[in-house]
Write a protein that binds this ligand. Structure first.
Ligand code: HEC
Length: 162
């Protein structure tokens, strides 16, 4: 190995060791108001979403290592801020409904779970059946705009006949 490469490698290794002294706080605060939902809904959300959207995050070993620890903690903090299934029961019903719809939209658009999460967590891969479970959960009590399935369209247009 050329000396310059050897030196560069030594610098990298030293930097990696040094940043280990800058830990990130991996927290799991108490669950104050857990989500209640049908078991198949809970199953999908727990598999694919709870690591970033609940206070029951599983922190794998590599989340102890900087810089992965920093990235994981940041995602979990931002994720919990947007949507936290551990505080779900404390939401007012309107907000909960809005979030349910957002969950489905994010999944339908392929935005959630975040792209790098699935390869690291194969159990989070969503099947068509899983997606359907979330779609129905989101649409509970309401017909979703893009719903071309089912025949539960409620036409409340007033008829004007003169
Ligand atoms: C690896 C972490 C991670 C996983 C897993 C994950 N999310 Fe997220 N989620 C985030 C982060 C970070 C944000 C906030 C930043 C953003 O919107 O990209 C977010 C934002 C959201 C939002 C708010 C979007 C907005 O723009 O207002 C919803 C809804 C959401 N996630 C739903 C889900 C659902 C449903 C799942 C499971 C199918 C899921 N997420 C899985 C990290 C994650």
């Amino acid at each position: 190995m050329k000396p310059i490469f050897r030196r560069a490698l030594a610098v990298l290794v030293a930097a990696f060791l040094l940043i280990q002294f800058m830990p990130a706080a991996r927290t799991n605060p108490p669950v104050k108001g857990p989500l209640t939902a049908p078991p198949q809904v809970l199953d999908v959300l727990e598999r694919a979403c709870f690591d970033c959207h609940s206070n029951e995050t599983a922190w794998p070993w590599y989340t102890r290592l900087a810089p992965f620890s920093w990235l994981a903690v940041r995602d979990v903090e931002e994720g919990r801020e947007e949507l936290n299934f551990s505080n779900w029961a404390l939401l007012d019903p309107g907000k909960a409904e809005e979030l349910r719809e957002e969950c489905w939209e994010e999944v339908a658009e392929g935005e959630m779970p975040l792209w790098f999460y699935e390869p690291l967590h194969p159990h989070a891969r969503l099947t068509d059946a899983d997606r359907e479970v979330l779609r129905q959960w989101a649409g509970a009590g309401k017909v979703s705009a893009r719903s071309d399935l089912e025949d539960d369209d409620d036409d409340d247009d007033d008829e004007d006949d003169d």
